[in-house]
Write a new protein. Structure first.
Length: 488
């Protein structure tokens, strides 16, 4: 298969589970927001924050290192040893964290959520997050071997099962917000069991202490970064609950859930370009910067497409899917969609390739410091909306600092005229919509402006030759292959 055709095919295959996985939560919003209160969503968001925090510690930065070190081992036996050694280490860490969480669940619930009543929600949210993260090691193997179909269908299976089970628990069995992590746990366990069975057939089980030690040498400097990175990324929710209200956390969580579609979508696109970027870096060394920059330009356009779409129509999405108490999430979606759109520049593995993991931890300290300094006054003044603005402004500044340092250690020669035009249009769209909302412009003029900005983005894609009849024809011809399930 030609390289271009393969890249387009893999892009759509990786996007497919993102569409399913994020459309499902969006579909459930009209149901869950009419059964569960803002306070329920706030408690769940804070419980999931704890789950992400503990999972990040237990993973010890090894997921990132597994993706990197995979390309250093050409032998299948060594690749198998790398996978199983890391998995065994992480599972052991999860068991310890689970016991610790269960014993102190009510105390942690009082500290984090503000009430001991959510102790069980805290524990089961951690369990669901932990099981999902274990599955990611197998999915990373699929990504590194460019087996996009297996990656996609295992993810889709888990999302659909989790949706159905959560719906049963919450709507029909009426067990409340606990039904959401219950559904995720069962779905993830089923998928993880099938993945174990499949991999043990194709990759012989073997544990290599030396390979694990080499991975840990690179990963341990990442642990502070992950530890603090999760604090930084989840700090806004905790501060809203502490300074404002748990209901405000719920509104922020709904807005973040919608905007997070952009972040997860960009991660799907990253699954396509990351292996190729690594290959160019390892094969060409420092001379690969120009090749990487030219290769990434179309992905910058593809990555920002959904960010612009959700930013433009955030108002319609929230009004359509949620009752009136949640409509304060509209500006939250706008601000976070812009921020997530720019995160494309933060998804390049320059520092990892250069083995500068300690620097990534220092950058995380900087990010957290900026996040705290900006978010506290913003939340005190504007509540949940202030948290979104604080996260956006501090995140963009941190991204700029990280970008400059990453370029120093591995220089990517970006096609700035093309990339700059893409992101300038995204920024202009945000500013125009913000001004129109602040001036309370008539809705008719707002919707016309939105479609005009969307048309401008499409025209830009045509001018840059990303949107072409040949590419459309190629996608149309590939769709039957993309939608055909794979069990291989």
């Amino acid at each position: 298969m030609p390289e271009k055709e393969k890249q387009i095919k893999n892009s759509f295959i990786y996007i497919l589970p993102i569409l399913v996985g994020n459309i499902i939560p969006i579909i459930t919003l009209p149901i869950f927001t009419r059964i569960l209160s803002k306070e329920d969503f706030g408690a769940l968001a804070l419980a999931q924050t704890y789950g992400l925090f503990m999972t990040g510690i237990a993973n010890f930065g090894l997921l990132t290192i597994y993706e990197r070190n995979f390309f250093e081992y050409k032998d299948n036996n060594k690749q198998a040893s790398l996978l199983y050694s890391i998995l065994l280490f992480v599972i052991s860490a999860f068991i310890i964290c689970a016991l610790f969480t269960f014993y102190f669940r009510f105390t942690f619930s009082r500290w984090i959520i503000g009430s001991e009543n959510h102790g069980n929600l805290l524990f089961w949210s951690f369990c669901s997050t932990a099981i999902v993260s274990l599955k990611l090691y197998y999915l990373t193997y699929f990504k590194n071997t460019e087996n996009a179909k297996s990656f996609a269908w295992y993810t889709i299976d888990e999302n659909v099962m989790g949706f159905v089970l959560s719906l049963i628990f919450v709507v029909f069995m009426k067990i409340g917000v606990l039904g959401i992590p219950y559904g995720q746990i069962i779905a993830s366990l089923i998928v993880f069991t099938f993945l174990n069975k499949r991999f043990l057939k194709s990759l012989p089980f073997n544990v290599d202490i030396i390979i694990l030690r080499e991975a840990l040498k690179i990963s341990y400097p990442l642990t502070p970064r992950i530890f603090l990175g999760i604090i930084g990324s989840q700090f806004d929710k905790y501060m809203i609950g502490l300074i404002s209200t748990i209901g405000g956390v719920g509104i922020y969580s709904i807005g973040q859930k919608v905007a997070n579609v952009v972040f997860v979508y960009m991660t799907a696109i990253q699954n396509v370009f990351a292996p190729q970027v690594y290959k160019r870096m390892f094969d060409l060394g420092e001379k690969g910067g120009e090749s990487v920059g030219k290769y990434l330009t179309p992905f910058s356009y593809l990555s920002t497409a959904l960010a612009l779409l959700i930013l433009l129509f955030s108002e319609e999405i929230i009004l359509l899917l949620t009752p009136e108490p949640y409509h304060g999430a509209i500006p939250i979606v706008m601000a976070l969609s812009l921020y997530y759109g720019f995160l494309f520049f933060g998804k390049q593995p320059q520092l990892l390739f250069a083995k500068k993991t300690f620097i990534t931890s220092l950058l995380t300290f900087t990010n957290i410091g900026l996040n705290v300094l900006v978010n506290i006054p913003f939340i005190m003044k504007w509540g949940a909306i202030g948290a979104a603005w604080g996260t956006m402004l501090s995140g963009l500044l941190s991204l700029l600092i990280s970008f400059m340092i990453s370029q120093h250690y591995y220089y990517i020669k970006w096609e700035w005229k093309k990339v700059g035009a893409i992101y300038l249009l995204l920024l202009i769209s945000f500013i125009i919509l913000l001004l129109m909302r602040s001036m309370e412009t008539f809705y008719f003029f707002r919707i016309i402006t939105k479609f005009f900005l969307l048309a401008a983005y499409i025209l830009l894609g045509i001018k840059l030759r990303f949107v072409t009849t040949n590419n459309f024809a190629l996608v149309r011809n590939l769709m039957p292959k993309i939608l055909r399930p794979s069990i291989s």
